[in-house]
Design a protein around this ligand. Structure first.
Ligand SMILES: Nc1ncnc2c1ncn2[C@@H]1O[C@H](COP(=O)(O)OP(=O)(O)OP(=O)(O)O)[C@@H](O)[C@H]1O
Length: 231
């Protein structure tokens, strides 16, 4: 579960996220849409505990991301936008390292599981710096899934994937969304239509739509709705 109240982020004078409130609960994928610079990544970074909010609150599974940051992080899997990985580490070494950070027992078995789930197998003998963009993205997702968190925050998870990889990744996200609360950002409207039950549209730091996809697109296409609300 994700609960956001009046969440705000200022970078100096710039108001990147402006008093946003929304909620998301398990068993669905929420699409976070917005034009470039709207505040999507900033919002996700705050939810994942990577940057502190300027004001407002966010709770992950009931844990406040600032006051109970360790517990909130344990409940969160985060795939960052540019997915900064450690280029010199081998895939399994990296996942082992991330597992240790999460204080996981029986890492080995779980590492093989997430390598299988994300289709990393054929490239799993390589160093992260040697992986193609699509496989780096998979390594990032494997890391996000490692500790089996109930909430997944995925910042443009399908960027850089070829059409074959794309359908596999979307299927995986759809499956994960059956049990977990998944919030993903994307610029691909078709992806939202394929994956998301609920949609948030953010523009200039403010939420301009928070509704079920069905309701939002009852009269017009998602693209038309998006263009009108973010003009
Ligand atoms: N570290 C930072 N310092 C200063 N300003 C920042 C910083 N990070 C983001 N911003 C600004 O905050 C605003 C929101 O940026 P953010 O990256 O959250 O947008 P976004 O919706 O994810 O965009 P995109 O679709 O291009 O990835 C932008 O105006 C951006 O320039």
């Amino acid at each position: 579960m994700i609960e956001v109240q009046e969440l705000t982020k200022r970078y100096g004078k710039q108001l990147a996220v402006d008093h946003i409130s929304f909620g998301a609960s398990g068993g669905s994928v929420v699409g976070l849409l917005g034009p470039n610079g709207a505040g999507k990544s900033t919002t996700m970074r705050m939810l994942a505990g990577y940057i502190p909010p300027s004001s407002g609150t966010a709770k992950i599974n009931g844990y406040d991301v600032v006051r109970q940051s360790m517990l909130a992080r344990k409940s969160t899997g985060y795939l960052p936008e540019n997915n900064p990985l450690y280029p010199h580490m081998y895939v399994r070494e990296y996942l082992g390292f991330m597992g240790a950070l999460h204080g996981m027992n029986r890492k080995k078995q779980r590492i093989e599981e997430v390598i299988g789930l994300t289709g990393l197998g054929p490239e799993s003998h390589k160093k992260l710096g040697q992986l193609s963009k699509g496989y780096r993205q998979r390594a990032g997702l494997a890391q996000a899934l490692l500790h089996d968190p109930p909430v997944l925050i995925l910042d443009e998870p399908t960027s850089g994937l070829d059409p074959n990889q794309l359908s596999g990744m979307r299927q995986l996200i759809r499956d994960l969304g059956r049990e977990k609360t998944v919030i993903l950002s994307t610029h691909i409207m078709q992806e939202v239509e394929l994956l998301c039950k609920d949609v948030l549209i953010i523009n200039k730091g403010k939420i301009v739509a928070d509704d079920e996809l069905k309701a939002l697109t009852a009269v017009r296409s998602l693209e038309e709705v998006f263009r009108e609300l973010t003009r």
